[in-house]
Design a protein around this ligand. Structure first.
Ligand code: DC
Length: 220
């Protein structure tokens, strides 16, 4: 059974998907981590982020694997565990360049579909999971929240990590990223036709998890 959870950044998708997977005993696939890993490798190789051919070359010459024994699964880049490096500001920025390259998206979509075949009980999280990667998924969710709330959550997260941040700047970044995500030609952020939309603005993380788990148990 495949459960897809899509939506913009800052909706709590990743934590929710992880917790839902835990509750149901499913595997959890963080597809953003794959874009981030390619971004990290591009930075390491000093590739030009504006150059789609260079980014594609980088993506074609690396290996991304998940260690499914770990919860959440560890991400390996050419055999090296890089999980802890993927959420840095630099890798985040690089990933947003990687995510607009059609050839890279095709490559990752195929890899994600392969993972779906190998690990058939999966909660997968991203932007295009219910629309492009697993259009026949049994359960599809789209999490959303007001941009101001997403900026507030992101600011709190970064501050907790000890970073100095300007909330207004974070909001601007979120709005700009939303626009890029929705307007790209391939695999844009979109609401799957048959998805249930959950507005998380006024909900706690556990409210969202409970709602999804209850529904899957009821109908699954
Ligand atoms: O969800 P995230 O912040 O880890 O995603 C990192 C980047 O990858 C972000 O720019 C959105 C992009 N992404 C995507 O385009 N498609 C996905 N399925 C997952 C992430």
């Amino acid at each position: 059974m495949i459960i897809t959870i899509d939506g913009p950044a800052g909706t709590g998708k990743s934590s929710v998907a992880q917790l839902v997977a835990q509750r149901l005993g499913f595997d959890f696939l963080d597809t953003g981590a794959m874009y981030r890993a390619i971004g990290l490798e591009a930075l390491r190789r000093q590739a030009s982020l504006e150059d789609r051919r260079e980014l594609t070359f980088v993506a074609q010459h690396l290996r991304i694997e998940f260690d499914w024994e770990k919860r959440p699964p560890a991400v390996k880049l050419n055999g090296e565990v890089v999980t802890h490096l993927l959420r840095s500001g630099e890798a985040t920025r690089a990933a947003s360049y990687v995510a607009v390259v059609p050839a890279i998206r095709e490559l990752l979509v195929r890899q994600q579909q392969q993972i779906g075949r190998e690990r058939p009980n999966l909660v997968t999280e991203g932007r295009d999971q219910g629309t492009v990667v697993f259009p026949k998924a049994e359960f599809k969710y789209y999490l959303d929240a007001r941009p101001e709330e997403r900026a507030r959550r992101r600011t709190a997260q970064l501050r907790a990590r000890g970073e100095i941040v300007d909330p207004a700047e974070i909001l601007n970044q979120i709005l700009a990223r939303d626009q890029r995500d929705r307007e790209r030609e391939v695999g844009p952020l979109a609401i799957p036709r048959d998805a249930r939309i959950i507005d998380t603005t006024a909900l706690s993380q556990s409210d969202v998890v409970e709602r999804i788990v209850a529904e899957v148990k009821r109908r699954g």
